[in-house]
Design a binder for this molecule. Structure first.
Ligand code: SF4
Ligand code: SF4
Length: 413
């Protein structure tokens, strides 16, 4: 992408601003997409230099890309911001979880130390309370096999590859496992390439383009030799980034054409009649991540998938077109804005009225992006609300007699 061409495409009409969550919070033009484009244009031509104020306005952008979805001129705001971040002072490397760190965090949770630390009140004066509260339950993460064949008595439909990512491989493990089991039951063999890695979104969105391109190439190499119909993933933020690899890799088009959000792939299939789904007499709230809505353009896929569950009532959140603030590292680095956006999203949960259609108190919030799930679950813990955040595929697989998931308690994030 040529940054100047892309900036020129913007006619400064401002039609995007009303859809921008940071503009909605502040009513400050510098916190709007149009204002940010003006700042980036001035930065890239040397009219201004990067001072702390300019940097703050750019870093406040959640990357939700609502502006892009509503822009009549087709401005690729996400790509502009990725280029602009490379103009900012260098960013620290994103925090990735090593296996050793994960092990210690698991011990912290299971030894009871987490409960003691939280009860002690020590975290607040240390400024760690909010970050520690984001830590979800860390499940066991057994190694993946390279290939899982379709269940023997199913009609073999072909092969699929599962992208497991880095952080998703730990915190979204239940959704990944559920997806793999469901695909096998539907007649698909599932490859899980062991040489795949992080999608590279955090590096790309932090302005480290070379590192992001190297990670994209690693994944391209890991998947390119497989004879597969699709590459599916459970976290829509990472899936959105995978779907744009052709912006970074010249030969990425074949990979990109196969990338699908798991709900998108599953809801487009013809399901066998002998796969009974138990009714669920429940009302769940449905959150739609920005990445699913504004990048993958698959906002309806989770609802279509969940509609397979008899008796289930699905209530979309009123704030579904506005970012919840759980945008990757944003929830840590821009904690104040992230919290304000989350509160608005969770207020929408409170405002779901018990109409004739909703039969009971909502105890489940469904979302398709790991970052949103962790952020919203932390907010619900803080509010002491007994609402579990879960992935649509986990909810669906629990209603199928596939495995122990069907009978286990829904643990959520
Ligand atoms: S990004 Fe699009 S909608 Fe926003 S000001 Fe520019 S042209 Fe208008
Ligand atoms: S990506 Fe989202 S937060 Fe950033 S300018 Fe666009 S609408 Fe605003």
């Amino acid at each position: 992408m040529n940054l100047f061409d892309e900036l020129d495409r913007c006619v400064m009409c401002g039609m995007c601003s009303q859809h921008c969550p940071t503009y909605q919070l502040t009513a400050d033009e510098n916190e709007s997409p149009r204002g940010r484009i003006a700042l980036i244009a001035a930065l890239s031509t040397g009219q201004i230099t990067t001072d702390a104020t300019v940097q703050t306005h750019l870093e406040h952008c959640t990357g939700c890309r609502a502006c892009e979805a509503y822009c009549p001129s087709g401005v690729h705001f996400g790509a502009i911001m990725d280029e602009a971040r490379a103009l900012l002072p260098s960013q620290p490397a994103p925090s990735t979880l090593s296996s050793q760190t994960t092990r210690w965090l698991r011990i912290y949770q299971r030894s009871g130390l987490q409960k003691i630390t939280r009860a002690s009140g020590l975290l607040k004066p240390l400024g760690l309370e909010q970050k520690e509260n984001l830590l979800p339950h860390i499940p066991d993460t057994p190694n993946w096999q390279g290939y899982y064949p379709a269940v023997p008595d199913s009609k073999h439909c072909g092969d699929i590859a599962l992208f497991t990512g880095c952080i998703a491989n730990i915190f979204d493990r239940e959704a990944l496992d559920a997806s793999r089991r469901l695909l096998n039951a539907l007649g698909y063999g599932v490859h899980v390439p062991t040489t795949q890695g992080c999608c590279g979104a955090m590096a790309r969105h932090s302005g480290r383009a070379d590192e992001a391109a190297a990670l994209a190439q690693q994944n391209l190499d890991a998947f390119s030799k497989l004879d597969i119909q699709a590459i599916v993933h459970t976290a829509s933020g990472c899936t959105a980034h995978l779907s744009e690899y052709s912006q970074q890799l010249r030969d990425g088009q074949s990979f990109v054409s196969k990338v699908k959000d798991i709900s998108q792939f599953l809801s487009g299939l013809k399901w066998p009649a002998d796969l009974p789904i138990a009714p669920l007499h429940k009302t769940v709230a449905l959150h739609t991540p920005c990445s699913l809505q504004n990048v993958l353009r698959q906002a309806d896929a989770p609802r279509h998938l969940l509609q397979r569950i008899p008796e289930l009532e699905i209530v979309p959140l009123a704030q579904n077109t506005r970012c919840c603030g759980g945008a990757g590292q944003y929830m840590l680095e821009q904690a104040d804005f992230a919290r304000q956006l989350r509160e608005q999203t969770l207020d929408a949960l409170d405002n779901i009225s018990p109409t004739e259609k909703t039969r009971q108190k909502i105890d489940t919030l469904v979302t398709s992006n790991l970052g949103c799930a962790l952020h919203l679950a932390a907010g619900l813990r803080e509010r002491e609300e007994a609402i579990t955040v879960t992935h649509p595929v986990v909810l669906l697989v629990r209603q199928l007699k596939l495995n122990k998931l069907s009978h286990s308690k829904l643990t959520g994030y």
